[in-house]
Design a protein around this ligand. Sequence first.
Ligand code: OFO
Length: 171
Amino acid sequence: MKDIVRQKLSINVEIMDMLNKQIEKEAVSSSAYLAMASWCDHNGLENSAAFFYEQSSEEREHMLKIFKFINDNGGTAYAPEVKSVMHEFNSLEEIFEAALDQEIEITQSIHSLVQKCRKLNDFTTEYFLQWFVNEQMEEEQLMRRVLELFDLMRDEPLKYIDERIPGLREE
Ligand code: OFO
């Protein structure tokens, strides 16, 4: 984008660029969850599949929230490109571990954004990001609860773990 245009923006350019990167991360996350849902579907784990379809839609909503925020504040949001989504997994546990790693990465990225807002005194964006800080805390807790279930039910058939997945979201 030309500097002359950028100087007229009300949103800080550095923050806008970071938010556009965050849009990409949310889109990657949405696609990654879709791939996980597909693996679960193919392996007859219908509750886990439903869990990941829901996760995928939520990530798309997060992406759109940021997208709208940029545009509503005088910036330009860019439609993200999503490449190299992982489709091969060895187990359901591995999938949930990958999901937790993904959430931790997103949390770190949101925290860096908040730090940047503080540095630049961008109170509006910092306030907007508070919703994401809270959401990430809840998402990490959810993935950890599922992984605890694997530890507790290690000797049980996988279908029993799958049956318990919907209940964990409501806890
Ligand atoms: Fe949007 O990354 Fe988690 O929820």
